[in-house]
Design a protein around this ligand. Structure first.
Ligand SMILES: C[S@@+](CC[C@H](N)C(=O)[O-])C[C@H]1O[C@@H](n2cnc3c(N)ncnc32)[C@H](O)[C@@H]1O
Length: 263
């Protein structure tokens, strides 16, 4: 197996070699998307409502999606649908909704809150990030340009997110600067939250906002914890542990280096 992985790595640069290897080892490997090869897909189809294999070809980051499904199933083992209907789920940092849809699909009973500027990073968060030297200026420019300068305006972006949701009636879009946009949800209880706003200030605000209101057995996904481009996320977690005491943390090997927090 190890040899296969090394050869696959070497072959990434060459489409010809890559295809040849795929043919040779087709029983062991599955292409999720061009250039991204995984071995031994998980023998578990947790997502009942869609053909997972098709979905994962389209949406990147197999490991994050599939780990989420397992986490969601743990939650669903603990709570009945009626109990779940009293709790909420959220994503802060939605972008095009490529992770929001699966949260919505796995928790049809829960009200879902989606927080994003839908216009990219906020200037004051960017300034702070540079000031604290969490992210290299050039890298920050690239990320900031990507999330901020999309062809669609924010209205079109929100419509595109909604179009991906199976249970649209459960979705509440909160457009604007997080945490200011979360004022109305202060009394809610959360069973699953994905935080993916990249930068120190909003990530810290998200952890401090949601963690005390997570129900027992709930989970949080902290994206970019082990991402070399976003050093502030680790600091935000360290500060949360100073404030709330030790938190149960599980790092996973997805693309963004997500950290899972278990309540
Ligand atoms: C990496 S993208 C989210 C990707 C998405 N979770 C996914 O898996 O496809 C980061 C998003 O965070 C949003 N964001 C960053 N800082 C924010 C803030 N303070 N308030 C609201 N949204 C913010 C950006 O607009 C951007 O869309």
């Amino acid at each position: 197996m190890k040899v296969h992985l090394i050869v696959v790595k070497l072959a990434r640069g060459s489409a010809f070699l890559h295809n040849l290897l795929l043919k040779r080892y087709k029983r062991r490997m599955e292409v999720v998307r061009e250039g991204r090869v995984i071995t031994q897909p998980m023998a578990y189809d947790a997502l009942d409502n869609r053909s997972s294999r098709e979905a994962y070809k389209h949406y990147e980051d197999y490991t994050r999606y599939r780990t989420f499904e397992l986490v969601a199933d743990e939650i669903r083992r603990k709570y009945s649908p009626e109990e779940l209907s009293r709790f909420c789920v959220a994503e802060a940092g939605v972008f095009k909704g490529d992770f929001s849809w699966i949260i919505n699909e796995k928790f049809p009973e829960c009200e879902m809150y989606l927080y994003d500027t839908f216009e990219g990073f906020d200037q004051k968060d960017l300034k702070d990030e540079v000031h604290r030297s969490f992210t290299e200026k050039e890298r920050l420019k690239t990320h900031s340009g990507y999330f901020g300068n999309q062809a669609e305006n924010s209205r079109q972006r929100i419509a595109a997110v909604k179009s991906k949701l199976k249970y649209k009636e459960k979705c509440h879009i909160r457009k604007g600067y997080f945490p200011d946009t979360a004022e109305k949800e202060k009394e809610k209880r959360w069973v699953f939250v994905s935080l993916d706003m990249d930068l120190y200030q909003p990530m810290k605000a998200g952890i401090f906002y949601f963690w005390p209101k997570m129900v027992e057995g709930g989970f949080m996904f902290i994206h970019d914890y082990n991402n070399r481009d976003f050093g502030g996320v680790k600091k935000a977690i360290a500060e949360a542990e100073e404030e709330f005491g030790r938190i149960c943390k599980i790092p996973i090997s997805d693309e963004g280096g997500t950290l899972i927090l278990c309540k």
